[in-house]
Write a protein that binds this ligand. Structure first.
Ligand SMILES: Cc1cc2nc3c(=O)[nH]c(=O)nc-3n(C[C@H](O)[C@H](O)[C@H](O)COP(=O)(O)OP(=O)(O)OC[C@H]3O[C@@H](n4cnc5c(N)ncnc54)[C@H](O)[C@@H]3O)c2cc1C
Length: 419
């Protein structure tokens, strides 16, 4: 069972269903989420979307950005990187998350072994030697649902994580900085900027990136902390006039979505407790600068797919899930947390005085002359990948049988896994 029909839950379910593993997806909402969130998918995410068989469709609606630049508030170019040094199949792909999720969901609907239950809010959990369960609230009243394994893909406020470790147990920190994410149409063509741009400034730091082929931009900026949602929305025209090139009035752009966010760097203390697993935002959070949030999440679910499929096929014992827990937490602490924190801190520097900015600009300059360095820098996120099939062990096939007669009467064949 997968709790959460966000991108991570959908991709995990699709990967498993395509291999004949039965999956039930529960979601508290009544439909897919449409908030302005992930847009850019780095190489490891692209690999998982390819494995799930949805990359071509995503590319047909999305695009490969022509590069990324770092600039001062007045637009002066500090550094830039373009994708030529990266092999074509590994380049960053861009498509707003709501559109990506729709593609994955449409594929899922064609899979026989998948059942999606909208309007099922998980309230509590339990497990014994033989199975795990969730207690849910639905419009038709409360209920209990059972499975061999239950994966919490239920986002940053994960009930699965809260039930496992307690409401307040999500170790890490919350940034003082407040971000506001918008989707906006604004004609930037006259400024001749690359598709993605980070503006380095202690007060007016922001990101502006093309996110759709029709020119829609994601403009995400920092604002003063401690205001209400309404106050942030009210300040937005003033912020755009201050920060954007051309200092536009509201009549010169069209805002289609706005959402203030607090940002966090947090990681659960375990990603496996018995038959419960955590993945993606339910397991870890990071700030969105550099696109490591869902990238880390989809690598989690790709890894979990390999582990669960290994168990299903009798090629791995359930202990492989302990390895999943250990490896994914290590990758969060050693790569995702470190790099995403550096990305945000760099934006907050004063570009005229900061040694950090000077060092970064020097490195980009070197990369522009050294294709291999440029390729490595742009593919750094491959460091979060891990191949779990190397832990497959044919000899484990005699030890991995899952119960054949669960207490609730669900039919489960020998060595198969029902999620
Ligand atoms: C402004 C912004 C920009 C971003 N940009 C990028 C980017 O460019 N690249 C990138 O890689 N990442 C980016 N991210 C991060 C990315 O959007 C998230 O990591 C990703 O959406 C998390 O997906 P998820 O499936 O883990 O969780 P979610 O998308 O949060 O899905 C969780 C699902 O679980 C359901 N649910 C919650 N509680 C329950 C419950 N009790 N019972 C049942 N169902 C429940 C919810 O209804 C929801 O459908 C960005 C984030 C933000 C805020």
């Amino acid at each position: 069972m997968v709790v959460g029909a966000g991108p991570s839950g959908l991709v995990l379910s699709l990967l498993l269903a395509q291999k004949g593993v039965k999956v039930t997806i529960l979601d508290a909402a009544s439909a897919l989420d449409a908030q302005p969130r992930a847009t850019h998918y780095a190489a490891p995410t692209v690999d998982e979307l390819r494995r799930a068989g949805v990359l071509d469709e995503i590319l047909s609606l999305g695009f490969v950005p022509n590069g990324v630049a770092w600039r001062k508030l007045d637009g002066t170019l500090l550094a830039a990187m373009t994708p030529e040094s990266v092999p074509e199949g590994n380049r960053v792909v861009c498509l707003p998350l709501d559109k990506m999720s729709k593609i994955v969901y449409a594929r899922l609907e064609k899979e026989k072994g998948v059942e999606v239950k909208w309007g099922h809010k998980v309230m509590d959990i339990g497990q014994d030697e033989e199975r795990a369960w969730v207690k849910v609230e639905t419009t038709g009243g409360p209920g209990t649902l059972y499975a061999d394994y239950i994966v919490g893909c239920d986002g940053g406020n994960s009930q699965i994580r809260r039930s496992l470790f307690g409401n307040m147990a999500f170790p890490g920190r919350t940034w003082d900085e407040q971000i506001v994410a918008t989707n906006t149409y604004y004609d930037m063509s006259k400024f001749n900027w690359l598709d993605s741009n980070f503006i380095v400034d202690p007060e007016h730091w922001y990101m502006v990136a093309k996110i759709q082929t029709d020119g829609l931009l994601r403009i995400t900026y920092g604002d003063i902390p401690g205001l209400s949602r309404e106050e942030y929305i009210k300040r937005q025209p003033m912020k755009f006039k201050q920060i954007l090139p051309g200092h536009p009035e509201p009549s010169e752009y069209r805002l289609t979505n706005i959402s203030p966010y607090k940002v966090h760097q947090r990681c659960a203390e375990k990603f496996r407790v018995g038959r419960f697993l955590l993945a993606a935002d339910a397991a870890h959070l990071c700030n969105p600068f550099g696109g490591l949030g869902l990238t880390g999440g989809l690598v989690d679910v790709g890894n979990l797919y390999d582990c669960l499929l290994g168990i299903h096929l009798g090629k791995a014992s359930p202990e492989i899930l302990d390895k999943y827990d250990q490896v994914r937490r290590q990758k969060y602490h050693e790569v995702i947390d470190v790099v995403s924190s550096q990305n945000l801190r760099l934006l907050l520097e004063d570009p005229d005085t900061s040694e950090k900015v000077d060092g970064f600009v020097d490195l980009c300059r070197k990369a522009n002359e050294d294709k291999e360095l440029s390729r490595k820098m742009q593919l750094f996120s491959n460091d979060i990948k891990y191949d779990f099939t190397k832990h497959y062990d044919e000899s484990s096939s005699t030890t991995t049988e899952v119960h054949s007669e669960p207490k609730d009467g669900m039919k489960v064949s020998h060595r198969s896994v029902v999620l």
